[in-house]
Design a protein around this ligand. Structure first.
Ligand code: SAH
Ligand code: TMP
Ligand code: ZN
Length: 405
């Protein structure tokens, strides 16, 4: 039995998605023959309640000089991080000359607001290409992986931080004890860590199994986050659900006793009990729903193909790699995937090798059906694509249910 990355006891596997390429491993034809694969399996630790991957590629395999995900592509997420930044400024930066550190700052989508306000800041971003984009916007960025050692270096160079921020990155880091220990050293006595990630209860509720891929090593609940930081003399003092990425949770963490604890924390822990997040059977039920979702999606795709409909994918998301490889979606089912990210255009999807094309291809020659892989940006996309719908185009979605809209 695999050991839990958080508490060292045994992890119960509940789902095996089989052989999987990297979620963000978009590639050229010349790279097809030596494409990297690993086994995508996920399990639950009943001791500390952490849901986690049982195997993960090395970090350098995922985060490097050609990392494909560029945060500022989505206007919805840009708005989200603007509001996140202003919440921090208003609520937590009360001492003079504060310092804000962000882990996984990508192209500076959030830190740009602190830079614009003249606030001392530092981004930590190991993927060189996206770190450079932030640098070009005048955002101070160190191009390294955050861990306890780097936290010490930052503390030596800049002093302690008033706020440490992280979005969609804590769940990427298997060595979380080193990260939590580093955060505890780097924070001022009254400093706070505020981070958000996709929330386990939402993943289970809407069967968004495509959140499960190599980069997401953890699927957090409040109870698992509380366990982790408890080991490092910290505690969750507040939570706030977020309506992004299909349902995320924002956690505010501080040193034990530094602040009062919001009543929302206790209430959410109770909710998690009622939702069965601590029971093995909950995860087995999830697996059954995933299998059903796969069957329905493939039945629909086959029916569309038999009717001679043109189907294309919309949004070459990292999440879609799990869906395509687990369900067996090939270039026979979808012609290509449209994506606005220049690092993905002209490449092929990991594993199934479906071409990723420029968005103009989609606009110039609308398909009959668009399979919405970027469902988490659904509202933004459907508003933008009124012409496609008005011309008779239909959306095929698979979260929360497989359906043609
Ligand atoms: N915060 C952004 C980016 C999320 S993608 C957003 O929400 O849009 C995750 C980012 O974390 C990537 O840019 C990746 O390079 C970075 N990352 C991965 N491991 C990291 C680590 N140990 N320390 C800091 N950043 C890391
Ligand atoms: P994400 O789900 O990980 O945020 O990735 C979204 C992907 O979808 C990213 O590759 C950009 C792409 N995309 C589009 O092609 N068009 C859009 O309008 C939006 C919002 C995203
Ligand atoms: Zn555990």
């Amino acid at each position: 039995m695999q050991k839990c990355l958080i508490c060292d006891s045994g992890v119960n596997e509940f789902m095996d998605f089989g052989r999987m390429p990297l979620g963000n491993g978009f590639l050229d034809q010349s790279q097809f023959t030596d494409e990297y694969f690993y086994n995508l399996k996920v399990g639950f630790c009943s001791r500390c309640t952490m849901v986690q991957l049982l195997e993960q590629p090395a970090r350098e395999q995922m985060f490097h000089d050609h990392y494909a995900y560029i945060s500022s592509i989505s206007s919805r997420m840009s708005e989200h991080f603007k509001s996140f930044a202003h919440t921090i400024m208003d609520k937590y930066l009360i001492e003079p000359d504060p310092l804000v550190v962000e882990i996984g700052s990508n192209d500076g989508i959030m830190l740009q607001h602190f830079a614009a306000a003249g606030i001392r800041h530092l981004g930590v971003e190991p993927s060189t290409n996206v770190a450079k984009l932030a640098g070009a916007k005048g955002i101070e960025t160190v191009c390294e992986f955050f861990d306890e050692r780097l936290a010490e270096t930052i503390k030596g160079n800049k002093g302690q931080a008033d706020a440490i921020l992280a979005a969609n990155v804590m769940c990427h880091i298997p060595y979380l004890h080193s990260v939590a220990a580093g955060i505890s050293r780097l924070l001022k006595p009254k400093g706070v860590l505020i981070f958000e990630d996709p929330y386990l209860a939402d993943i289970l509720e809407i069967t968004s199994y495509d959140q499960i891929y190599d980069e997401h090593v953890f699927y957090f609940s409040l109870s698992s986050v509380q366990y982790l930081f408890g080991v490092h003399g910290m505690e969750v003092i507040d939570i706030m659900p977020q309506n992004v990425h299909g349902g995320s949770m924002r956690y505010t963490v501080a040193r034990k006793g530094a602040f009062g604890i919001s009543p929302d924390v206790g209430e959410q822990l109770l909710k998690e009990e009622h939702l069965g997040l601590k029971r093995d059977t909950t995860y087995h039920h999830f697996r059954e729903k995933v299998e059903m979702s796969k069957n329905r999606l493939m039945t629909l795709l086959l029916a569309l193909r038999n009717k001679g409909r043109r189907v294309v994918g919309y949004g070459a998301t990292s999440k879609s790699t799990t869906v395509m490889n687990y369900c067996g979606i090939t270039p026979d089912h979808i012609e290509y995937i449209s994506d606005t990210t220049h690092t993905k255009q002209g490449k092929f999807t990991p594993g199934m090798h479906i071409p990723v094309k420029h968005y103009k291809e989609f606009c110039e020659h609308y398909p009959d059906v668009a399979l919405l892989f970027a469902w988490n940006h659904g509202e933004e996309i459907m508003n933008k694509e009124k012409m496609f719908q008005d011309g008779g185009g239909r959306w095929l979605v698979y979260v929360p249910q497989v359906k043609i809209l």
